[in-house]
Design a protein around this ligand. Structure first.
Ligand code: ATP
Ligand code: MG
Length: 882
């Protein structure tokens, strides 16, 4: 074995090997998937080639190899709970793969895998095992004899080396329907000699032993599964292989754990340096160190791909991974301050060579992680407090089991995994209702599954036409033919998906919404309610029926809507350019939405835009509008040429494919969307909002053309109405300022006047004061509409005497107010309470109220009741002191 081979060298060796077998080496596709409704993250090397397997696209080369960044944390492949606890499953990992698209098949795939492992990497033959599909009579699929014979020829002695596997391990399917076929896995036994002597390796294959593990899976795609479950032979057969890069490093470098290789060690060392916890001393700490070293990769690569942690969908998955890392640090390594973000440079050092997006995005990634860590550490604190409260409640109630519902709430709202909750409960001598928790989990899962379930029928082919030609850049109507269609049912509603030979309908992508319109034949008019992409196929959605699929159709899109959308799409490019020139080159697009009504643009920037900056951005963009630049489009050019033209290197794009560059003056973007022919037709761009949506990400919203004109006119009209009200002929601002100044003066005068009248009123009240058992009782009806004045009187009386109960009322029209003040000494000494008095007398004015023991008030609708209310208050005091 090549013990000294470094990870980066091993990856190169793989590429060189398959290059020598005439494979085209392509870069990894993004790990975060943007245009596939059925998948959030790339979970295998084949994802990016799905369209080729489905026959929607032709490959650039019939032999391809690469290393693909994969994430297995949701859906069909979810290894999250294993990660850290075992030594060979990761969340994010690299999958080395080679593909044949209708080219070579089983023999070459197996021979070359063997040659690479045995000759290139010098892995001893006696450590390898191969599995093959044993066949499935009920499905009418025979044993994979072809693969068996290939392996037989590879091994010098094949006895006990080729193992038959069932459908679960040795039959691969893309989904419920579609391409599928048998697979053949290679397993490697890295146990020490002494152990190998005790138990033969083939007994441990596929049993979860950490040192007898699968490294490479060769899939032979030879069938197509129909929706009735039947299999048909594919006309062109494909090979799809996947080998875990980190596992291969472990084998080749002679280690017993993926984490002992140079892929992870530099990061683990850095964690140790920060936390003072060494790797390999204590298992609890080791698990945490592994979890953190692993999760850092998943989170960093996602952010580099443009996926921010957030509250839903892919963003939520990433947030949960990040939180898992923080929690392991907090629990096992004692990290109470953010620290993950400090590991990003070490990761960039290890992985940057093959994944330059980590190097360029380093600062941004670290900032985003830091913000997330800060906010989660706060939540974690809150969650811990909540658990403490729950424990106390349970104790008071004499119970000792935390209900499943509470455990689920902690998990769902605070990101507390149930094992942590259980641990904390145990430390407090209590149990957790795990079954109840799992029930809640199940309910939530089935809720979300029901929401997403799409029931699709088989495609019905009308005629073979090949990939749909999109004509919508040039025309808005076209003569088209239906190539296939199918019925789908979503949330109980039936609709139709139609694929055409050519189409002017733009399918939703790159933030731009899909076109709507009609397909018209001599016999029918089909309304198209939306156009979307699925695995690169353009699907026209219709809720109506289809009577004659073979007819010729005239396709026409809603032109007005398309024009408004184009205004907004081009405006998005101009705003992007303006933002970069005003704020700086760190501004990068992070997302966008372009509809006929408005546009939304998300970009990286760390502070709120000042009023001046916003104005400058808008001015710059509008200047570009007025420059009336014509669109210049370059199609079918390589990423390299695009970058040389000045288009930004967008890491979210798939490499290897050619791109389309859209230019307006100095604005240069990679874009597949539709645009105005000349910026002048946008008329005007108006930004209507700016705000933060996540750490380091801001969003602006804007409108254009007629919508902007309407908006501006509305504002002008509103100002005009104000001017008319003010009867202002000159500057409105001056008029408003004048009124405000007058108002302030008037208020001052009123206050002065009220203070004077308060004194007069108090004197009058005092002159009618009565004594009840030595307590001064002041009451009266006051002629004012101002509750303020009542309060002023009460405060003045309370500050000048400490032996008084004051009850005053005021009323105008249909409004009555009463206020009761009781001196502090009486509240304490005599138990007289203003709130109690108010409660008793408020009914007299048809109202209610409350307050504090020394001051309470009530409002009502019967001013005529004030005298009787005052009388009642007096009686209350008399009774009380009796
Ligand atoms: P396992 O049974 O070990 O989970 P798998 O059957 O899920 O593997 P495949 O889907 O066939 O694996 O993926 C191809 C290869 O990718 C595997 O042979 C393995 O080397 C690697 N691999 C799969 N899952 C992971 C993971 N979570 N972390 C690291 N490598 C993995
Ligand atoms: Mg697996």
């Amino acid at each position: 074995m090549l013990f000294t081979l470094k990870a980066n060298e091993l990856r190169k060796l793989f590429f060189d090997f398959f290059r020598s077998k005439e494979h085209l080496i392509v870069p990894s596709a993004p790990m975060v998937i943007k245009d596939d409704p059925t998948l959030m993250f790339t979970n295998a090397g084949m994802n990016q080639f799905k369209d080729i397997f489905l026959g929607n696209k032709l490959p650039d080369s019939r032999r391809i190899a690469n290393s693909q960044k994969c994430l297995r944390v949701s859906g069909k492949h979810n290894d999250l709970e294993e990660v850290g606890h075992d030594t060979y499953h990761h969340t994010m990992f690299e999958m080395l793969g080679n593909w044949s698209f209708g080219d070579y098949f089983k023999k070459e795939a197996i021979d070359w895998a063997w040659e690479f492992l045995i000759k290139e990497l010098e892995i001893p033959e006696e450590r390898l095992y191969a599995t093959i599909f044993k066949g499935s009579p009920e499905e009418n699929v025979p044993r994979d004899d072809e693969a068996f014979n290939c392996w037989k020829n590879c091994f010098n002695d094949h006895k006990g080396r080729i193992i038959e596997g069932s459908k679960k391990d040795n039959f691969w399917e893309m989904g419920e329907t579609g391409p599928c076929g048998p697979c053949s896995e290679i397993h490697v036994d890295i146990r020490d000699e002494s152990e190998r002597k005790k138990v033969p390796g083939h007994k441990l294959v596929n049993t979860g032993h950490p040192h007898v593990i699968e490294i490479w899976n060769l899939v032979f795609i030879q069938y197509n599964r129909l929706s009735d479950g039947k299999l048909e032979q594919l006309p062109a057969k494909h090979v799809d292989t996947g080998m875990g890069f980190e596992r291969l490093c472990m084998v080749v470098q002679g280690k017993k754990s993926n984490y002992d290789t140079d892929v992870f060690q530099p990061v683990i060392k850095q964690i140790s340096a920060i936390t003072g916890r060494k790797y390999g001393v204590n298992e609890t700490c080791d698990i945490a160190l592994r979890v953190i070293a692993d999760h850092l990769r998943a989170v960093s690569f996602s952010i580099a791909d443009g996926q921010m942690p957030s509250n839903n969908k892919a963003g939520y998955v990433i947030r949960r991974i990040l939180r898992r890392a923080v929690r392991y640090g907090y629990n096992s390594l004692g990290t109470e301050e953010p620290f993950l973000y400090k590991l990003v440079p070490a990761l960039a050092d290890v992985m940057g060579e093959n994944y330059p997006e980590l190097v360029t995005g380093k600062d941004h990634i670290a900032k985003v992680i830091l913000e997330e860590e800060k906010s989660f550490l706060k939540t974690l604190g809150k969650g811990l407090k909540l658990i403490e409260k729950k424990i106390e409640e349970l104790r008071n109630e004499g119970r000792n089991i935390l209900p499943g519902k509470s455990a689920f709430e902690l998990y769902d709202t605070f990101g507390f995994p149930v094992d942590l909750t259980r641990l904390i409960m145990k430390e407090n001598g209590m149990n957790t209702d795990i079954a109840g928790f799992e029930n809640e989990m199940k309910n939530q899962k089935s809720r979300s599954r029901e929401d997403a379930a799409v029931d699709a029928g088989d495609w019905i082919t009308v005629r073979e036409t090949g990939e749909t030609i999109f004509t919508g850049y040039a025309v808005t109507e076209d003569e088209v033919l239906i190539s296939k269609y199918r019925k789908i049912k979503f949330k109980g509603r039936e609709s139709l998906q139609i694929i055409l030979d050519r189409t002017p309908f733009y399918a939703e992508s790159g933030g731009q919404v899909g076109d709507t319109g009609f397909l018209i034949s001599g016999r029918e008019k089909i309304e198209i309610s939306d156009t979307v992409k699925e695995n690169n196929a353009i699907l026209h959605l219709s809720h109506g029926g289809l009577t004659d699929p073979s007819a010729k159709f005239h396709a026409v899109i809603d032109i007005a809507k398309r024009q408004m959308t184009e205004n907004n799409h081009t405006a998005t490019h101009l705003l992007h350019h303006a933002l970069r020139s005003v704020l700086g080159k760190h501004v990068e697009q992070k997302g966008s939405l372009v509809t006929p009504d408005h546009l939304r643009f998300d970009f990286s920037h760390f502070t709120k835009l000042t009023k001046e900056e916003l104005k400058k951005v808008e001015e710059t963009a509008n200047k570009l509008v007025r420059e009336s630049s014509n669109i210049r489009v370059s199609e079918g050019i390589s990423m390299k040429d695009a970058r040389e033209m000045g288009a930004m290197a967008l890491f979210g794009e798939k490499y290897g494919e050619t791109v389309r560059v859209v230019r307006f003056g100095e604005s240069i973007e990679l874009c597949g969307g539709t645009h105005v022919g000349n910026t002048g037709s946008i008329g005007i761009i108006k930004i209507i909002s700016e705000g933060g949506i996540a750490a380091g990400i801001r969003r602006i919203e804007a409108i254009t053309a007629a919508r902007a004109e309407e908006y501006i006119n509305e504002k002008i009209e509103a100002t005009g109405e104000v001017a008319a009200l003010l009867k202002s002929t000159g500057n409105i601002r001056d008029s408003v300022e004048k009124i405000l100044a007058e108002n302030a003066l008037l208020r001052k005068n009123i206050e002065k006047f009220e203070a004077q009248s308060a004194l007069v009123i108090i004197r009058e009240l005092e002159s009618k004061a009565i004594l009840i058992k030595g307590i001064r009782f002041l009451s009266g009806k006051i002629d004012t509409g101002s509750v303020d004045l009542l309060k002023k009187i009460a405060l003045q009386v309370s500050s000048s005497s400490d032996n008084t109960v004051l009850v005053i009322g005021a009323g105008t029209g249909e409004k009555a107010n009463i206020l009761v003040m009781v001196s502090d000494s009486l509240v304490k000494g005599k138990n007289i309470n203003a709130t109690a008095i108010i409660k008793e007398i408020a009914g007299e004015i048809n109202g209610g109220g409350g307050g504090q023991p020394f001051l309470a008030s009530a409002g009502g609708r019967n001013p005529a009741g004030i005298p009787s209310a005052l009388k009642k208050a007096e009686e209350h005091i008399r009774n009380l002191l009796h």
